[in-house]
Design a protein around this ligand. Sequence first.
Ligand code: MG
Length: 396
Amino acid sequence: MKITRVRAFLTAPEGIGLVIVRVETDVPGLYGLGCATFTWRCTLVAQAVEEYLDPLLRGRDPSHIEDLWQLMTVNSYWRNGPTLNNAISGVDIALWDLAGKTAGKPVYDLWGGKNRPAAMFYRHADGRDPQEVLDNVLRYQSEGALVVRCQQSGYGGQVQPKWDGDFPGLYYDPDRYARSIPKLFDYIRSQIGFDLHLLHDVHERLAPIDAMRLAKELEPYRLFFLEDPLAPEQVEWFRRLRQASATPIAMGEQHINPVEWRPLIVEQLIDFVRAHITSIGGATPARKMALLAENYGVRTAFQGPGDVSPVGHAANLHLDLSVHNYGVQEVVVWSEQARAIFPGTPELRDGHVWPNGQPGFGIDFVEAEAAKYPVTSVKPIEWTQTRWPDGTIWTP
Ligand code: MG
């Protein structure tokens, strides 16, 4: 079998630009699908696939997945950046899909088989105050969720900038935010007890010492994990955070290079690896990350927001099922229009994501449906322009 063409498709059924890669072969009707979604720079990824990876890969044997991953990674000479990693991921996930279809098996069977019938997921509860968050927690619990993420009023609520004009952005007060979160969990635990797993995402919005203080203050509420308490650039602070607090830590949706996650795993400074699998280069590096983590007692919690396509969610699910050290899976409830584009999108029920048992990742891509939702405008992103009250821009 030979690769005849590698194509990228852009579609936005829910207003978020998704990048899908299709690896076509000389076997009629046989192709693989991958997710290459770096939504904030989606047209660049599509261009990298069409203009650089397609000519590199045509004529090659698609079963050489490891070799092709290594080739794509070193071929640009400079490597480990999010744009090219996503382009590589699109091909890598598609090659695994193709391998499964060729074998007539789900991909998890190529990865050692299932460790569990389905993967426990978590939902996002938001609200302007503790009562509104609680109402949403109870709603998700009644729908079967076993784990719920709790966020309140977007990091303490927007504040007015001290000065108008020169530094536009979304202003928030990190101290107000940090003070609000222990009160939120105190209220929710007082109302529902401890049987439901809860977690919270700091989204790197605090100075390191304030993140440490928050992790300590949250100990009584037994979080499933505290997510991204520190920016990826503040890796040394994880050693101090670990000494100071027993709140479980999840980290890594912004990781792009193995040197960023390796010390966190090997020194056992975190409890959950949380890669956005397309940003690290696909399923091949995600599996290696999971296997390394297993050796050190660290579990997986791969990122699963709306800017991972249903193809990427399907790949997440096959990873979740096949690794021993699975933790939890973030999920999206996809709309009818998204499901029409992606038949076979994984089903959510009873607090878990379920596989459909079909060969490959069990998901398809309907080009004609995708074309109904073009990526029409690429505007500067607002939510990554977050600022502290004095105007200082901060990691989003
Ligand atoms: Mg997050």
